[in-house]
Design a protein around this ligand. Structure first.
Ligand SMILES: Cc1cc2nc3c(=O)[nH]c(=O)nc-3n(C[C@H](O)[C@H](O)[C@H](O)COP(=O)(O)OP(=O)(O)OC[C@H]3O[C@@H](n4cnc5c(N)ncnc54)[C@H](O)[C@@H]3O)c2cc1C
Length: 446
C-alpha cells in the first residue's frame, strides 16, 4: 500500500481517490460484478500531463497499473488490487471538426458522449451498441456495432491518436508519421500507451430504420435461419445483430436488431425478417440513430458476467441447431450474441489494421450473466462449454474485446494470427519494452 499520496495529488490537475474517500467505492466498480478489486488509489486524470504523472508515480512506487476508460471490459482490466488506476473518466470531451469530418474524442469518453456530440451535427462513427461503453477501449480492440456493414469496425475509422507512453512521452499515431503504430492501435488494444485523444472519420447519418424484432418458441430456429439468409444477401446499407435467449421455462427467444440506412422506407430485407415465424413483437421503425443506440442498453454494474466469443466463417443449420441446444442448458438470463461482420468491414485492406480475419461472417459470443455468486461455477462452465462447441466453426482465437482475463496467451495470439501478433510484439517492445501496461489482452514484448 502507498503510505502517502500527497506527491501524486500535488502533481495532478485532476484528483486522487484513496480507499477512505467517499467516491472510492463507486469508482472502483466496473461493469462486471464478478470483478471485485480494491486499488491502492484511483488517479482521475484531467489531461495528458496527469496521465504521465500517474504512470511515473506508479512505476516509482512499484504499483501495478490499470487503465480505465468506460469500465466495460468483461475481464475487469480497468481495476487492479493494490495498484494504481489511471482513470480517464474526467476526460470525456468530444469535438467535431465539421470541415474535416473528423471527431476528436478524449480518452475517457463513452459512446453516449461521442454520439451526442456527433449526432448534433448529423454525423456518426460506427461504435458500440451500449452508450456507457468507453470509446477508447472499444475502438482499440476493434468495435462491432449497428453500422459495421456500412462503415466497418470502429478501428477502421480511427485516423489518429495521441498516446502517453509508460515512459511519459506524448506521441502521435497517424498515417503520415507513425503508420505502424496506427496499424497496431487498430485492434491491438491498450498495449502501447494511454490514449488521451482519438480521432475518427465521420459519416453523414441522422435516422435509420431499426429497432428490434422478437421471436419466441420453437420457430426461433427458422427465424434464425432467416436472419442468416437475409444477412448474407443484404447490401452494405443493412447491419443485423441477433441475440438468442431463453425464459425461465427454457422457451427459446430471439431478438433481431436490424439497422438499415438506405433510402427505401420498406426494404425487402426487413419484410423478410418480419415474415419469419415466431414473431411476437415488431418495434422496427424509422427513428433517430440515437434511439437505435438504446436498443440493447443494459444496467451498469448490476450482474456478474463471463463471455467467450469466436469469429466464424459461416452459420450453417448445424451450428444454429447447436446454439439452440446450448440455450437449453443455460440458466437465464444470459445469451448467445450473433454479430454480423459482413459488408464494408470485410473489404478493408487486410494490412490496414492489426484486427484480422476479415473473411469471418459473424462473431458468436456465449454470454452468461447472473447475480448469485453461488452460481459462478455453473455459468462459467456453460460459457466455456458453449464456446468449445462453437470452436470447430471458428476462424480465430476470438474477439479480443470480449475476452476474459483467464485466456491463455495462445488464444490472444490466435485472435490476431501469428504474423500480426509478431508485428504487435515488435511494437510493444518499442513503446512499452517492460510491459508496464499488461492489464489488458496482453501482447508481451518480443
Ligand atoms: C455492456 C457491454 C456492451 C458492449 N458492447 C460492445 C459492442 O457493441 N461492440 C463491441 O465491439 N464491444 C462491445 N463491448 C466490449 C467492449 O468493446 C470492451 O469491453 C472494451 O474494452 C470496453 O472499453 P472500456 O473503455 O469501456 O473498458 P475499460 O474496462 O475501461 O477498459 C478496458 C481496457 O481498454 C484499454 N483502454 C481503455 N481506455 C483506454 C485508453 N484511453 N487508452 C489506452 N487503453 C485504454 C485498457 O487496456 C483497459 O484495460 C461491450 C462491453 C459491455 C460490457
Amino acid at each position: 500500500m502507498i503510505e502517502n499520496l500527497t506527491a501524486l495529488r500535488d502533481s495532478l490537475t485532476g484528483d486522487v481517490l484513496a480507499p477512505s474517500d467517499p467516491e472510492y467505492e463507486r469508482s472502483r466498480l466496473c461493469f462486471n460484478l464478478l470483478i471485485d478489486r480494491r486499488p491502492a488509489a484511483i488517479a482521475r486524470c484531467a489531461n495528458p500531463g496527469d496521465v504521465a504523472a500517474a504512470l511515473a508515480f506508479a512505476q516509482e512506487h512499484d504499483l501495478e497499473i490499470a487503465v480505465r476508460g468506460g469500465g466495460h471490459n468483461p475481464a475487469g482490466h480497468c481495476v487492479v488490487d493494490d495498484g494504481l488506476v489511471v482513470d480517464l473518466s474526467r476526460m470525456r470531451r468530444v469535438e467535431v471538426d465539421l470541415d474535416a469530418r473528423l471527431a476528436h474524442s478524449e480518452g475517457g469518453a463513452t459512446w453516449l458522449d461521442f454520439d451526442a456530440a456527433t449526432q448534433a451535427r448529423g454525423l456518426v462513427t460506427p461504435g458500440g451498441v451500449v452508450g456507457s461503453t468507453g470509446v477508447a477501449g472499444l475502438a482499440l480492440g476493434g468495435g462491432i456495432g449497428h453500422l459495421t456493414a456500412q462503415y466497418g469496425f470502429t478501428c477502421d475509422n480511427l485516423v489518429a491518436a495521441e498516446l502517453v507512453t509508460p515512459a511519459g512521452e506524448v506521441i502521435l499515431a497517424n498515417e503520415e508519421e507513425t503508420p505502424e503504430l496506427l496499424w497496431g492501435l487498430r485492434g491491438g488494444g491498450g498495449n502501447f500507451g494511454v490514449a488521451t485523444r482519438l480521432t475518427f472519420r465521420l459519416h453523414p447519418l441522422s435516422t435509420v430504420v431499426g429497432g428490434r424484432l422478437d421471436y419466441t418458441g420453437d420457430a426461433v430456429r427458422k427465424a434464425l435461419r432467416t436472419f442468416r439468409d437475409v444477412d448474407a444477401e443484404a447490401d452494405d446499407d443493412l447491419t443485423c445483430q441477433a441475440q438468442l435467449e431463453v425464459d425461465e421455462a427454457l422457451t427459446p427467444a430471439l431478438i433481431v436488431a436490424p439497422c438499415y440506412t438506405g433510402s427505401d422506407e420498406d426494404p425487402e430485407e426487413l419484410r423478410l425478417l418480419r415474415s419469419a415465424p415466431g414473431l411476437v413483437s415488431d418495434e422496427v421503425r424509422r427513428h433517430a440513430f440515437l434511439d437505435q443506440q438504446r436498443v440493447f442498453d443494459p444496467g451498469y454494474g448490476v450482474d456478474r458476467n463471463y463471455w467467450k466469443s469466436h469469429f466464424v466463417r459461416e452459420l450453417p443449420d448445424e451450428l444454429i441447431d447447436l446454439l439452440i441446444d446450448r440455450m437449453g442448458a443455460l440458466r437465464p438470463p444470459g445469451a448467445i450474441l450473433i454479430e454480423s461482420l459482413r459488408g464494408a468491414s470485410q473489404r478493408i485492406a487486410p494490412d490496414s489494421a492489426a484486427l484480422g480475419y476479415r473473411g469471418a461472417a459473424f462473431n458468436i459470443s456465449a454470454m452468461a450473466s447472473w447475480t448469485d455468486p453461488a452460481l459462478d461455477d455453473e455459468h462459467i462452465a456453460w460459457t466455456r462449454d458453449t464456446a468449445a462447441a462453437i470452436e470447430p466453426w471458428a476462424v480465430s482465437g476470438g474477439y479480443a474485446n470480449y475476452m476474459q482475463a483467464d485466456e491463455p496467451l495462445d488464444r490472444v495470439r490466435a485472435a490476431y494470427g501469428p504474423e500480426s501478433f509478431d508485428r504487435l510484439q515488435a511494437l510493444k517492445r518499442r513503446y512499452d519494452p517492460t510491459n508496464v501496461l499488461h492489464r489488458n489482452q496482453n501482447i508481451p514484448p518480443r
